[in-house]
Design a protein around this ligand. Structure first.
Ligand code: 2NL
Length: 345
């Protein structure tokens, strides 16, 4: 019996040594130490032993059990450690490899101009006003001193939806609505940026949809001097501190008097070059003193209140400032064009 136990121990230890993973090690444990295993069987046969041999064999059997058990434990630890090490080796990452570049976008050049203009006027105490792009004929034309039948509101030039509803042709209706809300009480000091629509054939300098930024100041004692001073500071902010402006007489139905505002050429400083077509001046925007009819229709007493207004074509400013030769570049989203305005790298 003693020999049998020793053989079992030898056999078990050899199998433990050979076990390559935790599963086969567990199989060895079940086979040798389990209830139906050979050691249990040996112990069952102890009844036939003499009284003095029985405790000796009992002790030996327990010792064999413990040796096998201890060996399984050691092997189990070794296998677990090996498994962790293998996983670590497989999952190592090389932190010195260069990362994958992340593509970063930019603000569109037109967006940049609009925000630059907005921020300038916000700094001057204006607030931003917005309104619908699908507008009533009343706010788009009537309230701006363009009664029905006025030549400047030719059906051919606007996108009508019904007889009374159209896509706004300028952002002035937002200003008319804002004035109305003031119920005849000044001051009104707003800028209105937004998309406007005109039935035009697209070419290098015209688009049927474009971005307009209009400004309006209504209060007591507002003069043409306020208009000129404001737009002079604006021209210097957009095109350089050395710039001058000049006003030329013009006509808009909603202003009287009306002016075109030119800025001295930022390319030649006024000497005359290709950018300013040898004149030294570049047309920047249209403006004027708010027509008394417009003030009256919006509920303001035109004997007490005056105002100035101006309209800026954002694309025109972007094209001048960035040297863009075709307005359509601003809408086709060709990344080769847009990348030139990247502020990254
Ligand atoms: C241009 C000219 C202009 C205005 C817009 C305006 C608005 C109200 C009253 C009076 Cl509510 N005027 N807007 C005035 C003068 C010129 O735009 O050439 N824009 C691209």
């Amino acid at each position: 019996m003693e020999q049998k136990l020793k053989d079992l121990q030898g056999e078990a230890l050899a199998k433990i040594e050979q076990a390559e993973d935790l599963k086969s090690l567990n199989d060895v444990r079940v086979a040798y130490l389990g209830k139906k295993g050979p050691i249990t069987e040996v112990l069952r046969g102890m009844g036939q032993l003499s009284a003095e041999e029985r405790p000796k064999m009992g002790a030996l059997a327990n010792e064999v059990r413990e040796v096998i058990s201890k060996q399984i434990e050691l092997k189990s630890e070794a296998l677990e450690k090996a498994a962790v090490e293998k996983q670590l080796a497989e999952e190592t990452i090389d932190v010195t490899l260069p990362g994958r570049p992340v593509k970063v976008g930019n603000h569109h050049p037109l967006t940049r101009i609009v925000e630059e203009i907005e921020n300038f006027f916000i700094g001057m105490g204006y607030t931003i006003a917005e309104g619908p792009e699908v507008e009533k004929d009343y706010y788009n034309f009537e309230a701006l001193n363009l009664p029905k039948g006025h030549p400047a509101r030719d059906m051919q030039d606007s996108f009508y939806i019904t007889e009374d509803i159209l896509l706004r042709t300028h952002t002035s209706p937002v200003q008319a609505r804002t004035m109305e809300k003031h119920e005849g009480k000044g001051p009104v000091k707003i800028i209105c940026p937004g998309k406007v629509y005109r039935r035009d054939n697209d070419d290098a300098t015209h688009s049927h949809q474009f971005m307009q930024i209009e400004g309006l100041v209504v209060d007591e004692n507002i003069t043409m001097g306020d208009l000129k001073g404001t737009l002079e500071v604006f021209a210097k902010k957009m095109f350089g501190a050395e710039r001058q402006i000049r006003l030329r007489p013009s006509f808009f139905p909603f202003t009287e008097p009306s002016v075109e505002v030119d800025v001295s050429c930022f390319s030649c400083g006024g000497e005359g070059c290709n950018v300013c077509k040898k004149t030294g001046w570049i047309e920047m925007l249209g403006a004027g003193m708010v027509h008394p009819n417009v003030l009256q229709m919006a509920g303001f007493d035109s004997t007490k209140y005056t105002g100035f207004a101006f309209g800026i074509g954002a694309e025109r400013i972007a094209m001048l400032k960035y040297g863009i030769d075709d307005i359509r570049h601003l809408y086709t989203n060709d990344t080769r064009f847009l990348k030139q305005f990247s502020v990254h790298e």
